[in-house]
Write a protein that binds this ligand. Structure first.
Ligand SMILES: [Zn+2]
Ligand SMILES: [Zn+2]
Length: 252
């Protein structure tokens, strides 16, 4: 995770040969700086896949894709509602469930429930390892569960602690939006989803899009660890951070 949270999101996934960036919600300069920290040249990215049009996911897409000539993949709804619509020559419009490739990576988009025009999550596979990315979703659906099934690595939203959200400083209409089935997953919601998708092949869980106001990383970690239970004792858990690059997860 190069960055995670309402201040900007970007996830770098590489097979060694091919690389995909999921979302680019940081300025181009900041994204270049964070990629440099993981010794990665932005020009080596094969494609950028966008989950939805909220500014914390698209802010830096156009400058990055034009400077390094990186193709962008986004749903028709995301394109329509974002600055991407004025640069259609660079955008591949994707449809949920229709796979596309980024170099030798196969990317499969799937719909997620969120208050955006046509929000999606992705699974990414090089044929050996499957990574599931589900961020910014207000609830789980059968389609989300089916898409994330059998993943080696899952990046999952764990946005807020319900009590902290209720007691916190946000106005009520914002609290209701966040807690709604089209908002963001709470730690409890994420735990339910983890219980539904845990399996013997799951190796790493990355909890992302944590609210800096309405969550506590210690609560998030404990909730996920409990949800994994004894069967998931071998699963490594890490967090995505807003102000620094997260741990690099290496899978052999
Ligand atoms: Zn977001
Ligand atoms: Zn969003």
């Amino acid at each position: 995770m190069l960055s995670s949270g309402s201040g900007g999101n970007a996830t770098y996934i590489s097979s060694g040969k091919s690389a995909l960036l999921v979302d680019s919600g940081l300025s181009c300069r900041e994204l270049e700086r964070r990629l440099a920290q993981i010794d990665t040249d932005p020009g080596s990215i094969d494609a950028i896949a966008i989950t939805h049009e909220h500014v914390d996911h698209v802010a830096g897409v156009l400058p990055l894709s034009s400077r390094y000539e990186i193709p962008v993949h986004a749903s028709a709804g995301t394109v329509r509602e974002s600055p991407l619509r004025s640069h259609l020559d660079r955008i591949n419009k994707l449809k949920a469930s229709a796979p596309f490739t980024a170099g030798c990576l196969e990317v499969v988009p799937f719909p997620v429930p969120h208050d955006a025009a046509e929000p999606i999550g992705f699974t990414v596979s090089d044929g050996a390892v499957k990574v599931g990315v589900a961020t910014d979703l207000g609830s789980q659906t059968l389609e989300v569960l089916a898409s994330l099934a059998e993943s080696d690595v899952v990046l999952l939203e764990s946005n807020h602690d319900v009590e902290m959200l209720i007691d916190g400083p946000y106005p009520w209409f914002v609290k209701e939006r966040i807690a709604s089935p089209l908002g963001h997953l709470s730690n409890e919601d994420a735990a339910d989803l983890i219980r539904a998708i845990r399996h013997a092949g799951l190796r790493h869980l990355v909890l992302v899009h944590l609210s800096e106001t309405n969550n506590d990383p210690a609560i998030t970690l404990e909730s996920a660890r409990k949800a994994l239970g004894r069967k998931g004792a071998g699963v490594e858990i890490s967090l995505g951070w807003q102000h620094r690059v997260g741990d690099t997860i290496v899978l052999d």
